[in-house]
Design a protein around this ligand. Structure first.
Ligand code: ZN
Length: 452
């Protein structure tokens, strides 16, 4: 082959290689964008994310722009390293871009807007700028808080006690109810109103451990995340929680505590320590299970009127007693007693204190055989230490329908009923719910109050 011939072959090979490289570097696989963006953003702003991927030369740039009536603003811009020779270095094939849309910070006016996300890769296409993908979605900028009009007047509520409030919300909220310090009590449609009615009711409580003078207010959040607040004259009646010393007899430690410890996997070489572990760790896990059970409630009330106390029973322990447990004169543990202990004859019939739906009927650690009944709007009753259960979860029960027989299962020194009322996941004073006058004036008259 002549020199010119050889040069020709080399040039041809170089051209082919260059063409191959150009073909490779000018790939046409544009990035893809996926995201779930909320329909609206409120004054508090919102965190969002988009997923971007590229199967070719790698991502080069991702931008998020908000277009609104008065212009546009860049909400997020990310540049990925690389060069036109080799593309992305290292090639970014899949990225999650997180950003925050804060209307105040970005100067976004109230009204309809559009979120436009765009991504480019390191391809030579589009005059070496790369393949571009645009993705857009409407985004409502809503800076107006839901308007709340509280109907209820002066409300007295005791520490550990319950209350009810009715109110109207100007737009349909995604979340509304009463906030008492850190505790939130959801609202529900007022029973008996037509579907268009915006009247809402929330049963709420002041947890025994709420701070002094807690903030009590109605809140409503709209789909954009704006939260409206409305306070009304709610007055907390402080109450000193009673103290109680409980002396644990040796016989109780040797039998009840030893047996329960074995069931719960607690070491029994020291029965005082076993009691303390049952009274703290096992109790906490039982309470967590109860909170899980009462997280789901009927949005309509399943009961009417006052609750009933166990027939012919004597109160042996009251609500929210601050108990100190003593063995041979030494303090070995402490706990708050969040129910009433009611003693009757052994094996006494235990009846539903009002109508509702059984949501739990199982053996539960310190509570022994335990039944929980949902009465709707976040209100539940709990019956513990039963010797026999006659109902199961899902059963609808009438007021005074038999749930089982009293007993001494779980952490109990003798046959009695441990009865508790729970509202919005918080234990509340049962006395109020047993009192027909209290239920009428604090709940039933409030429901009727503003009915047209
Ligand atoms: Zn008890």
């Amino acid at each position: 082959m002549t020199f010119r011939g050889l040069l020709g072959v080399v040039l041809l090979l170089a051209l082919l290689a260059g063409g191959g490289l150009a073909w490779f570097r000018a790939e046409g696989d544009a990035p893809t964008i996926t995201a779930e963006i909320p329909a609206a953003v409120g004054a508090p702003g919102r965190a969002m994310a988009i997923e971007v991927s590229d199967s070719g030369s790698g991502l080069r740039q991702v931008r998020v722009v908000i277009e609104h009536a008065q212009g546009e603003v860049v909400a997020s811009e990310t540049l990925y390293p690389g060069n036109l020779g080799w593309g992305g270095e290292p090639p970014r094939l899949s990225e999650r871009v997180e950003f925050r849309i804060d209307p105040k910070e970005l100067g976004l006016p109230e009204g309809p807007a559009k979120l436009v996300a765009s991504a480019r890769d390191w391809s030579w296409r589009d005059g070496f700028l790369g393949n571009e993908t645009r993705w857009e979605v409407p985004l409502e900028i809503d800076l107006v808080k839901p308007r709340i009009q509280v109907e209820s007047g002066l409300t007295y509520v005791s520490r550990g006690g319950s209350g009810a409030v009715t109110y109207r919300v100007g737009e349909s909220p995604v979340r509304d109810g009463v906030q008492v310090a850190d505790a939130f009590f959801p609202g529900y449609p007022v029973p008996g109103e037509d579907e268009e009615s915006s009247r809402r009711i929330a049963l709420f409580a002041v947890p025994t451990d709420a701070p002094t003078d807690p903030r009590i207010e109605v809140i409503a959040e709209d789909s954009a995340g704006n939260i409206g607040h409305a306070s009304w004259p709610a007055v907390l009646k402080e109450k000193k929680l009673p103290d109680d010393d409980v002396i644990l007899p040796r016989r109780f430690l040797e039998t009840v505590v030893r047996n329960l410890a074995e069931v719960e996997g607690v070491a029994t070489d020291d029965l005082e320590s076993a009691f303390d572990e049952i009274n703290t760790r096992v109790r906490a896990s039982n309470e967590a299970r109860i909170r899980q059970v009462v997280a789901d409630t009927s949005p309509v009330p399943l009961w009417q009127g006052a609750f009933t106390q166990l027939r012919n029973s004597k109160v042996t322990s009251r609500f929210a007693e601050q108990r100190t447990y003593l063995s041979e004169g030494v303090k070995i543990s402490s706990a708050t007693h969040f129910g009433y202990d009611l003693a009757s004859t052994a094996g006494a019939p235990i009846e539903a204190s009002t109508s509702g739906r059984v949501v739990f009927a199982e053996d539960l650690g310190i509570y022994g055989q335990c039944v929980i009944v949902d009465h709707g709007l976040g209100l539940f009753t709990l019956y513990a230490h039963l010797s026999r259960m006659d109902v199961s979860a899902g059963d609808i029960v009438e007021k005074n329908e038999q749930l089982g027989l009293s007993g001494a299962t779980g952490l109990a020194g003798g046959d009695h009923l441990h009865f508790a009322t729970i509202l919005g996941g918080t234990y509340v004073e049962p006395l109020e719910w047993w009192d027909p006058l209290w239920v009428r004036t604090h709940v039933e008259e409030r429901i009727k109050a503003a009915s047209p």
